[in-house]
Design a protein around this ligand. Structure first.
Ligand code: NDP
Ligand code: 8X3
Length: 255
């Protein structure tokens, strides 16, 4: 039986690693991201390596109209979506509340909260019609514990946590699973985006750490998605060995 996974933010990091992981298990993939060149490269690589089919769905999750239109217009033979990985997101800046940029705040809220909601709603409508499905939301440990200069990014991930809880309750009557994954520090393009291309500062985040990799997180997400139909992991927090929460780290000189 054909299995389809829909992944937002598949052009990098967790999303890309999930695309490779699910493709290696024979899933066909609907892949989203704004960088179309990267979507094309990933498509070519997945199709040739795993012999799976890929539907590219490039849109900006912040654009409500574009999100709903793109998802409504998915061809019927692609609409049997088993798993949604609602992953696209970002942090912008790491600044004290009084000094932070409102433009950064708007982008984080528009992407991590509003975009996340639009995609979740549009795909859940497809899953409701088919009577089952699994929505996997990308939260963060930043959605469990606020840290200094984390203010609005943390708030956006607290929203993902609250919305995941609400979705789980409301989707109960439709046999749709809702899982919220909350990773700690993972080395992807996340910090480079957060620090707006400042590579030295981005790298410092991982000083003395062996952080999670995007493959570590993809393996966990695949595990959640491959459990028997009656079993649902609701929330899962994961950090590397050297991180206890958003504040406490055990950094070592040689890593
Ligand atoms: P990356 O920067 O490597 O990947 C982010 C992905 O999101 C990219 O594919 C990017 O694609 C996509 N994206 C960003 N904005 C939009 C948008 N407006 N519309 C569509 N796609 C968008 O970071 P990660 O893989 O680390 O991040 C993925 C998720 O994991 C995020 O939600 C992040 O908050 C969360 N997270 C990350 C952690 C970490 O330490 N890395 C820890 C906990 C959670 P493109 O630019 O092509 O549109
Ligand atoms: C990303 C993890 O701790 O840098 O969500 O905010 S953290």
């Amino acid at each position: 039986m054909r299995k389809i996974v829909f992944i937002t933010g598949a052009t990098s990091g967790f999303g890309e690693a999930c695309a490779r992981k699910f493709a290696s298990h024979g899933y066909d993939l609907i892949l989203n991201g704004r960088r179309t060149d990267r979507l094309q490269q990933l498509t070519d690589s997945l199709e040739s390596k795993y012999n799976v089919a890929v539907l590219q769905l490039p849109f900006d999750v912040q654009n409500e109209k574009e999100v709903f239109q793109s998802i409504e217009n998915i061809p019927d033979d692609w609409k049997k979506i088993e798993v949604l990985i609602n992953n696209a997101g970002l942090a912008l800046g790491r600044d004290y509340f009084d000094e932070a940029s409102t433009e950064d705040w708007n982008t984080m809220i528009d992407t991590n909260v509003k975009g996340f909601l639009y995609v979740g709603k549009a795909v859940s409508q497809i899953m409701v019609k088919q009577g089952h499905g699994h929505i996997i939301n990308m939260g963060s440990i930043a959605g469990r514990q606020v840290y200094e200069k984390g203010n609005v990014y943390c708030a956006s991930k607290f929203a993902v946590d609250a919305i995941s809880q609400g979705m789980r309750i409301d989707m109960l009557r439709h046999n749709i699973k809702v899982t919220c994954i909350n990773p700690g520090a993972a080395e992807t393009e996340f910090s480079l985006v957060r620090f707006k291309g400042d590579e030295a500062t981005a790298k410092k985040i991982y000083d003395g750490l062996k952080p999670l990799s995007s493959d570590d997180v993809a393996d966990i997400i695949y595990y959640c998605a491959s459990l028997p139909p009656h079993v649902c992991i609701n929330d899962l927090s994961v950090t590397c060995l050297q991180q206890a929460d958003t504040i406490y780290f055990n950094r070592k000189a040689n890593h």
